[in-house]
Design a protein around this ligand. Sequence first.
Ligand SMILES: Cc1cc2nc3c(=O)[nH]c(=O)nc-3n(C[C@H](O)[C@H](O)[C@H](O)COP(=O)(O)OP(=O)(O)OC[C@H]3O[C@@H](n4cnc5c(N)ncnc54)[C@H](O)[C@@H]3O)c2cc1C
Ligand code: SF4
Length: 328
Amino acid sequence: MRPFRYVRASDPDAAARAVAANPRAKFLAGGTNLLDLMKEDVERPDELVDLRRLKMTEIKPLRGGVSIGALATNTETANHPLIRQGYPLLTMAIVAGASAQLRNMATNGGNLLQRTRCPYFYDTAMPCNKREPGTGCGAREGLNRMHAIFGWSEKCVATYPGDMANALYALDATVRIRGAGGRERTIPIDEFHRLPGDTPEKDNNLQHGELITAIELPRSNFAKNSYYLKVRDRASYAFALVAVAAALELDGGTIRQARVVLGGVAHKPWRSREAEAALAGKPASEESFRRAAEAALEGAKPLAQNAFKVELGKRAVIRALMRAGRLV
Ligand SMILES: Cc1cc2nc3c(=O)[nH]c(=O)nc-3n(C[C@H](O)[C@H](O)[C@H](O)COP(=O)(O)OP(=O)(O)OC[C@H]3O[C@@H](n4cnc5c(N)ncnc54)[C@H](O)[C@@H]3O)c2cc1C
Ligand code: SF4
């Protein structure tokens, strides 16, 4: 591990100022991703600004919805009564991730910003445009079973590995951000992560030095009928091959509106507006869910080793919707 300076931030503005002032500084939250990457020599910050003493841990009602502190842990968030009752999809997604020990350390802000699990990204002997722009993509013609089937570019075919964000996309979350000088802004979650394009080194639309302070959820009509399904190689410590965050608002047996977000298939959580449109106004039935699954996977472009994700994705969408609609 390379030497670095350690600074403990006393308030959000001081934290944002410290990182903004040094292009090689990074925020440190739970450290469960960043420290691993530093030990692998993938991330090389020369200064860490520790956020853990900041009071951004509150989970509280906000305008009919809820505000979730960026430094609340994944465990605190998943177990909070406001989340369990109002947003069970978020609880299901969080507990599908990592392990109990990791969720006790991992924070919500850090979870949103976790980096890809592409093995070439972790191996500094291999080419990787995300780690070192211009070196090439090892996975494009290499081992790409875990990789993207939507939205990839010739520069990068990696997937976003997180679970929590898939639920946040389905729940129309907003990310609250504070920059140096106290400037605040919000980003709708749909615009938070990026597709790789020509700049795969950029995972998201945060500027250097911008601090996530909270994640805000609007009032939700999906609490009764939602489900998070994660399909993976083994039941724990494994990232999704395909995940589905499914949510339905029902009027009797008819779907008023739906959300279908796929994880493990793209560089960001992949919201399928095609599947959602196919479901709106239709009966909550297996037949409707089959049509939605076809629509969700319609434009998939698999790589050499991951064509199986197309059929797997369809079956996962149907199963998640069946569970959300309480038909199984
Ligand atoms: C073995 C293992 C298995 C895992 N399995 C899963 C899984 O199945 N599903 C899943 O979703 N995740 C999984 N994870 C990932 C885990 O959830 C993340 O590592 C964790 O959520 C990151 O949070 P953290 O607080 O530890 O972030 P850190 O590691 O501290 O930081 C991560 C990044 O976010 C930045 N950052 C942190 N907080 C802020 C903030 N408030 N504002 C701006 N920038 C910030 C840091 O600078 C850093 O770049 C796994 C991790 C491990 C080690
Ligand atoms: S898929 Fe992306 S992260 Fe993986 S090797 Fe290619 S450029 Fe790097």
